[in-house]
Design a protein around this ligand. Structure first.
Ligand code: ATP
Ligand code: MG
Length: 360
């Protein structure tokens, strides 16, 4: 059976990149999955605090993220939707894995470099501009991510392309940990034996990298200070129209698809294509249809496609966010309890394998 794990940070309502790159695949895995699949979808609040957070805002955003996940079609009766911090085993396994995680490998990860403002090709441990201020949590973010995935023995992890590097790190960490501690041939009667973590596979959706509307060489991101760089899945038709109208394109006449030379236009064509894949054959086919059309007309077409797609999501979001806190808390408490029970066995096995817990 497949064990599916993925996470999203509670840093606000998800944007189109989150949705097309990851969240839509979660819903698909839920609705078209196999009966014995297990699905874990986590709101990773412990990852969110690797950058400064205001506690009140964080609490509110956790609620907004939860409402967003239900709005796009995740169902707490079919998938485990839970807060990462509700299960302390994430932090515990992270420590155990940390003792096997290589600083050199972590230093090469590009995500923390961009969040810490370190150049991609620089030796980060040497040349961070503000090295004393650099936080350990931001640096070790991928170890916590590895713990999230390995804790439930996940086999499949649906994420956007920016997370592919962290998952490669997870696989290598799991392999070296297994190499030291796993006893795959342990006697079947030894229910407590650690037989090794599953080596998780990355699942990338076709829209694996949606670009910023204001700088199409960067990925669309929740932490970009410019709100016009992203479309939120709860944006109104007017907001969507305004943001797409202001999107950075180029002054080449006509419409064509070329991700290298015309990243802005191509990003819009990609977005339009992935909003309704039954309508066109490919982003290139849309470009052909729009060849002699003005940029303004193309943008209007893109905005309509996005607004039509997001409208029902926004309506469901408004229903979700209006639910009573008590109701939501009960639901979340329930899934937190279930995931805790699911991971308990695994963590006990790991601790026993490491000599932290007596056998039997
Ligand atoms: P931040 O910039 O603060 O890291 P984020 O926008 O990357 O925020 P996350 O919560 O870190 O959001 O990511 C949630 C999921 O969305 C991950 O699977 C990630 O790979 C995916 N994702 C994020 N941005 C994009 C994007 N622009 N295109 C495709 N997938 C994306
Ligand atoms: Mg991210």
């Amino acid at each position: 059976p497949r064990i599916i794990f993925s996470g999203i940070q509670p840093t606000g309502v998800p944007h189109l990149g989150n949705y097309l790159g990851a969240l839509r695949a979660w819903v698909k895995l839920q609705d078209e999955g196999l009966d014995d699949d297990k699905r874990f979808f986590s709101i990773v609040d412990l990852h969110a605090i690797t950058v400064p957070q205001d506690p009140h805002t964080l609490l509110r955003r956790k609620n907004e993220t939860y409402a967003s996940l239900l709005a796009i079609g995740l169902d707490p009766n079919k998938s485990l939707i839970f807060m990462q911090s509700a299960n302390p085993a994430h932090s515990e396994l992270m420590w155990l894995l940390s003792c096997h995680a290589s600083m050199g490998y972590l230093g090469r990860m590009t995500q923390w470099k961009s969040k810490a403002g370190v150049a991609d090709d620089a030796d980060p441990l040497e040349s961070a501009p503000n090295k004393p201020a650099l936080k350990l949590g931001l640096f070790s973010y991928p170890v916590l991510q590895a713990a999230d995935v390995l804790l439930y023995n996940a086999t499949h992890v649906p994420v956007g392309e920016d997370q592919a590097q962290h998952l490669e790190f997870t696989r290598e960490l799991a392999q070296s940990f297994n190499h030291i501690y796993a006893r795959p041939d342990a006697d079947p009667t030894e229910v407590e034996a650690f037989r090794g973590f599953n080596i998780p596979r990355t699942i990338l959706s076709p829209a694996k990298r949606v670009m910023s509307l204001q700088d199409p060489t960067k990925k669309m991101s929740k932490s970009d200070p410019d709100e016009r760089s992203r479309i939120l899945i709860t944006d109104t038709r007017e907001q969507i129209q305004a943001k797409i109208k202001a999107a950075l394109t180029d002054s080449t006449p006509g419409i064509s698809y070329d991700r290298e030379l015309r990243p802005g236009v191509s990003n819009l064509l990609d977005i339009m294509y992935y909003m309704d894949q039954s309508k066109y054959e490919s982003p290139m086919a849309i470009a052909r249809d729009f060849t002699n059309v003005s940029m303004r007309a193309l943008k209007e077409g893109v905005a309509t496609a996005v607004a039509d797609h997001l409208e029902p999501i926004r309506e469901r979001y408004n229903e979700q966010i209006a639910r009573s806190q008590e109701d939501v808390d009960t639901e979340r408490w329930n899934s937190g309890r279930i995931v805790g029970a699911q991971s308990d066995r695994n963590i006990q096995r790991v601790k026993q394998a490491m000599g932290l817990r007596p056998v039997g």
